[in-house]
Design a protein around this ligand. Sequence first.
Ligand SMILES: [Zn+2]
Length: 456
Amino acid sequence: MSSRFPDGKSLTRRRFLGSAGASLLLLVSRSGQAAASTVLAVRVWPAKDYTRITIESRESLVFTHQTVHNPERLVVDLEGIELNEVLQSLPAKITGQDPYIQLIRAGRNRPGVVRLVIDLKSEVVPQVFTLKPVGEYGHRLVLDLYPTEPVDPLLALLEKLSPEEAAAGGATPPAKTDSKPGRKVAEAERKPAEAARREAPVEPPAAQAPPKDDQGVTRLITIAIDPGHGGEDPGAVGAAGSFEKHVTLSVGRRLKARIDAEPNMRAMLTRDADYFVPLQQRVSKARRVQADLFVSIHADAFISPTARGSSVFVLSDKGASSTAARWLAQKENSADLIGGINLGIKDDHLARTLLDLSQTAAINDSLKVGKAVLGELGGINRLHKGEVEQASFAVLKAPDIPSILIETAFISNPEEEARLNDEAYQDRMADAILRGLKRYFAKNPPLSKSKLARLD
Ligand SMILES: [Zn+2]
């Protein structure tokens, strides 16, 4: 049986069971018997994309798992542990709003084996894997429950009406009488392809005019907003205990609302809840919606609490612009280790596209948009550095989409941490970013992008 995964790869379910069996054999043969461990924490991260359950323990857990149908269940046996209070608290962490889990039962199955039975709301594609200790975390066993049909980021985009639809009072235009989601996605998929064909007009549009297609219809500029971190990965933590992941989501949502309110723009969030999204997945989502721009939002941290100010980063193809920029890129790139990705699943597709020659053109555009945004941020906050910096951020590596990473302020600076938590300040931050984006697109309308890239 073949299942589609969010990264677009097809894998058979047998391979998962096979790899779980292999890891079990390995662990048992190494120690002769299953090592005893203690469960230290359990966490649940429900989201439309997937629901994750994390079981953190002192030693690596030995486990087996199987899916059972009619009704749908995932059964996980944990060996060499006791059903302690922490593990017993897991069922209560499931809310009725969880998209995939109905309820969890935990019980002693046989001596030294705890069985978790996860009753599912629908069939899921599970990914069960372990993570080695990193940062604050001990050993983690991760149960990711994906829908059999991956959530398509295009669907989120369709929530924003086109100007014609808005002009028609928000009603569905006659051409789109079929309201089945599949049909809508198919239409949305065609749109970027048509837009691509229109990207080499005989006459480039005037610099200030909104981009129009051959019927004179305004094309929406699509912005992918990427709230940094999420779920298992809190990002930087402020002295007062604020998590970067909450600040980035809050600023990201405010920015999305502002962009969607613009007649010629629409936005897609790479995550709109508190869950972990791997770095490559963030880029894939932006490419899936054919974004004209990728904006990653973060909040900086440094050892010294006096470090302060806003920064904007773009990708470097020649090395980092400063030691601090290199250090920061390494720190941000470690999000996948903290957040936890299944190393058994590799997305070769993106690795290949990274070699695309158009990357240089995207970096030139990224520098332009970065400069425009940095200028506006300078109006509301001190700047950490007066220029756009460059380093090898994994999340900025879409070869064909101009991408910037904004460090809104230092969450490690007590004064800036307080401002980052202030809703009025978050609004001003979103306003400033939008002004920068609009300033960039006024000078670089997306329709003439390919032409400009060639002239560069
Ligand atoms: Zn960050």
